[in-house]
Design a protein around this ligand. Sequence first.
Ligand code: SAM
Ligand code: SF4
Length: 314
Amino acid sequence: MRDQYGRTVDYLRLSVTDLCNYRCQYCMGPEGVEKRPHGDILTVEECVEIGAAAAACGVKKIRLTGGEPLVRRGLLDICRGLRAVPELEELCLTTNGSLLPQMASPLREAGVDRLNISLDSLRPDRFAAMTRLGRLEDVLAGIRAAEDAGFTGLKLDAVLIGGFNDDEIGDFLDLTREHPWEVRFIELMPMGPCAEWARSCFLTGEEILKRYPALQQIPAGGVARRYRLPGAAGTVGLISPLSRDFCGQCRRIRVTADGKLKGCLHSREEIPLRGLHGAELEAAIRAGITQKPPRHHLTDRPSDTPRTMNQIGG
Ligand code: SAM
Ligand code: SF4
C-alpha cells in the first residue's frame, strides 16, 4: 500500500521484546531496561496477528528485532506463526548474535530467511567495553553457527563511532575479501544515551569512501549504498540516515514491543494496536501507513521520540 507521499510501504520491523542481554553504550544505560510486567509486552499470538494483518495491508517483509529478539520466550513460535502467513515473502531477524550458537538452527527450521548480526568492534576489549556485557568470541561463534545452519547472505552491521571504531574500518573491510558477507556501516543516530555525545562521534559514510577509494560502487540494496573491494567475495554497505537521509525511499513501518505502530523511527506519533482485531486492526495499520511522516529532523535536532532504540527496534 502507498502512503500519502506516494511511497510504497511493504516492510514491517516488529520488536518482540525491549529486553537485552547487552547494554550497548549508545543504546541504553548501564542499568539496562526496567523490567515491565509480562502483560505490557505483545504476546506470541498478538505478534503473529499483527504480522498477518500487516501482510493483508501489503507488507511483504517482516524483520523481528528488539531489544534482543533471541532472549524473547516464544520467539520460535512467533517465527513459525509468521512463516505460515501466505502473503509474507521474507522473514528476517536482527540480532546481536550472542545466542546464535544455540539458536541459529532452530531459527532456520522455524522459517527465518535471513539474519543481520550487529558487530561494532573486532577487538575483544573494545567490544566488551561498548556492549558492557558482551564477549566478541560469542558473536564470532554465532556467525559460524549461522553459516553452519544454512543462512546465506549474512549482513554484519557496525555502527560507526568516531574515536571508538573508526580505526577498524579497514579490518571490517578485510572481512569481505574472503567471506561472502555484507559488512554495513551505519551512521550513529542521536537518540537516547548518545543524543548528547560529542560531534566527533558522528561520522558520515562519506568518510569511509574518502579513506578507502578502492571501494567500487555496485547497485544499491534497499536503503544501503553498496560497494565492493576489487576481487572481494563480500560487499560493503553504507547506511547514512543522517548525511544522506533516505526518507524519500522509506518503505518501513514499525511496531514496538508494547504494540504501538510507528510510521517513523524518530517521530513521537504512535498508534496503539493492542486490543484491535480483524478489520479494526487492519484499519489502524492502514491509518499508520497513510500518516507516515514525510521525513525525520535529525539534522536539525536529536530524535523527537522519547523512546530509546531498544524499545523501538532500530
Ligand atoms: N539487539 C539487536 C541488535 O543489536 O542487533 C537488535 C536491536 S538493535 C536496537 C538494532 C540495531 O540498532 C543494532 O544494529 C544497533 O547497533 C542499532 N542502533 C542502536 N542504537 C543506535 C543509534 N543510536 N544509531 C544507530 N544505530 C543504532
Ligand atoms: Fe541490546 Fe541491540 Fe541495544 Fe546493543 S543495540 S543494547 S544488543 S538492543
